[in-house]
Design a protein around this ligand. Structure first.
Ligand SMILES: [Zn+2]
Length: 340
């Protein structure tokens, strides 16, 4: 088969790779229906994460089950499935508490490289969710979004304790931030402040439910959120960037008693303990336990209640994956969908 391999920063190639096979009785192999490039893939592409030799890329996937190991009981060949970037048994205590991305048996599915024609998924019973029927083609982008960016934005909103009637601020206008806006709306937020300075992203944020747009960043952004919330700050803040500035902006935009859900992968973030102590703000974040939300998200997508697939503003054949990276790196695209 063929798949994307990063050789060095800026150097993604679509090349011949070994076909994945069942290695453990709990594995499945899927044939990719669609995959995509993640904002976190850009950390490698930009050389911020080290690239140690040729590495298969991609961790977002939807596809058709091709083969299953002898212990797999909940999915079968021919079914359309969605899974998360971490495989989980979905039975251990941590999974049952809803934190499948910290499963005691977790494995990184992306190690197999999902930007490829086939993918091995470990712990298939605990990781994959099958749709009731084969979905129509127009639902593919939204179902693919559920595999990571929607599930991550959703976790951000849940971790930020978004409740009906709440005032919410979202820091970050990438795919996750935009879908956190959608999640906040679905969870009943009344006022959603999206922080963005890009017109096309502001439009999408508004489509997903943002009621206010703030273009300022850092302390000025915080001041603007306070101005919009009677001087108090938002009850719930979702952080979807992962930098020092965005984390502090999120914490400082929350009111005392409020909560921050942080889902941007943190890079060199150091939090000031004394400021945190006096903030009275709750923090919960980390790699989103997407698996917790998948059945609900799939249901909402199939009912037509949400259209998260709109974050894909570029679609390319899988063999043009390198252009998909370039377009996102140059911010010509929010998110690239790839079809084999
Ligand atoms: Zn587990």
């Amino acid at each position: 088969m063929r798949g994307a391999v990063i050789h060095a920063p800026g150097d993604v190639r679509f090349e011949e790779r070994a076909n994945p096979a069942i290695q453990a009785p709990t594995d499945a192999v899927i044939r990719m229906s669609a995959t995509c490039v993640c904002g976190s893939d850009l950390w490698d592409y930009r050389g911020i994460n080290p690239v140690n030799g040729p590495t298969p890329m991609g961790h977002e996937y939807v596809g058709i089950v091709e083969a299953v190991g002898s212990d797999v009981t909940t999915v079968k060949p021919g079914q359309f499935v969605i899974g998360s970037f971490f495989a989980s048994d979905n039975t251990c205590e941590i999974c049952r508490a809803g934190f499948q991305t910290s499963c005691v048996h977790r494995e990184f599915v992306g190690a197999g490289g999902a930007q490829a024609e086939y993918l091995r998924v470990p712990l298939a019973d605990g990781t994959l969710v099958a749709t009731p029927d084969l979905p129509s083609d127009d639902l593919l982008p939204s179902l693919l979004a559920a595999s990571d960016v929607l599930g991550t934005g959703w976790f951000g909103a849940v971790a930020a304790d978004v409740k009906p009637g709440a005032t919410v601020a979202v820091v970050g206008d990438g795919a996750v931030g935009l879908l956190a806006v959608l999640a906040a709306r679905e969870l009943g937020a009344e006022r959603i402040i999206a922080m963005s300075r890009h017109e096309s992203r502001q439009k999408l944020a508004t489509h997903f439910g943002a009621t206010d747009i703030v273009t300022e960043r850092g302390d000025e952004g915080v001041a603007r959120v306070k101005e919009l919330t009677g001087g108090l700050g938002a009850q719930s803040v979702i952080e979807a960037v992962g930098t020092q500035q965005s984390m502090l902006q999120a914490i400082r935009s929350a009111r005392p008693g409020g909560a921050v859900g942080y889902v941007g992968v943190a890079h060199d973030v150091t939090l000031p303990g004394e400021e945190l102590f006096y903030s009275h703000v709750r923090l919960l974040g980390g790699p989103a336990p997407v698996r917790r939300f998948l059945p609900d998200l799939i249901d909402r997508i199939e009912r037509g209640a949400i259209d998260p697939g709109r974050v894909f503003d570029l679609e390319l054949p899988l063999d043009q994956v390198a252009e998909g990276y370039r377009a996102m790196d140059e911010r010509r695209a929010i998110k690239t969908l790839l079809r084999p």
